[in-house]
Design a binder for this molecule. Structure first.
Ligand code: ATP
Length: 236
């Protein structure tokens, strides 16, 4: 099933001499269970692509559909609900709240969505267990390692029914072993039915992807499908 579909998406910032084409006619699809890596030089439009895909930014033209819903036709209230319930975001700076412990951080999006505290806690506990951090639930973000914080941010992004995960450089400042752990975790979430759009600068992480999209000046310069010939699997 197609979880994310972008058709001829263009995003223009500014006007006149200051016009920037952050995205130019970008089309791509991501299906259930797929890990799509988005690569390209700084300023090529990677973050814009992620923001547009998650409904945090709107295209100037073209369409974005998540699980069949065209985001441009949704009322704001429905867009907010779709974002909260079905889409998880992992930003480079993680946005973990220092005064909340690990499980409270993971529960937060659900609590904001009106889910009962006991239910939110149960779902958060199971999300933490899935990523192997159940024993860290009571710790605060500054009491765990950088790699563990990344994992907590991923658990928070995946808690509940979220099946589309948008991750902007989630391996951020991690060393390569911790970065590999994060990729293994994202990959295992895909095997469990999630769809992941991953922005990365590092070519070696692209080996974990089913599809790699290269952006240059806002346009797709190249797109490689690694799933059909098995090369992604053999590179892992
Ligand atoms: N709000 C904005 N107003 C004006 N220009 C913007 C805005 N946001 C992004 N841009 C421009 O759009 C282009 C794409 O930016 P984007 O952040 O998507 O690139 P990126 O590939 O994610 O870069 P990096 O790897 O450095 O994070 C850049 O030229 C950027 O300066």
């Amino acid at each position: 099933m197609t979880v994310l579909q972008l058709d001829a998406v263009t995003r223009v910032h500014g006007a006149g001499d200051n016009t920037v084409h952050a995205l130019r006619e970008v089309s791509l699809t991501a299906a259930t269970g797929e890990l799509v890596a988005v690569m390209g030089p700084s300023g090529s439009g990677k973050s814009t692509l992620l923001n547009v895909a998650g409904g945090l930014d709107r295209p100037t033209s073209g369409t974005v559909a998540v699980e069949g819903a065209d985001l441009s036709t949704l009322r704001l209230r429905d867009l907010v609900a779709l974002r909260r319930r079905h889409i998880g975001y992992v930003f480079q700076d993680l946005n973990l709240i220092p005064s909340l412990n690990v499980i409270e951080n993971v529960m937060l999006p659900h609590e904001l969505d009106g889910v009962r505290r006991a239910t939110a806690k149960k779902q958060a506990a199971s999300a933490l267990a899935e990523i192997g951090l159940a024993h860290m639930a009571a710790r605060y973000p500054d009491e765990i390692s950088g790699g563990q914080r990344q994992r907590v941010a991923i658990a928070r992004a995946l808690v509940g029914e979220r099946r589309l995960l948008l991750a902007d450089e989630p391996t951020g400042a991690l060393d390569s072993a911790a970065g590999d752990d994060i990729l293994a975790l994202l990959r295992s979430r895909c095997e469990a039915g999630a769809t992941v759009l991953l922005v990365t600068h590092e070519a070696r992480y692209a080996a974990w992807a089913d599809k790699v999209v290269f952006l240059r000046d806002g346009a797709i310069a190249d797109s490689t499908d690694l799933s059909s010939d098995g090369s992604a699997a053999s590179a892992r």
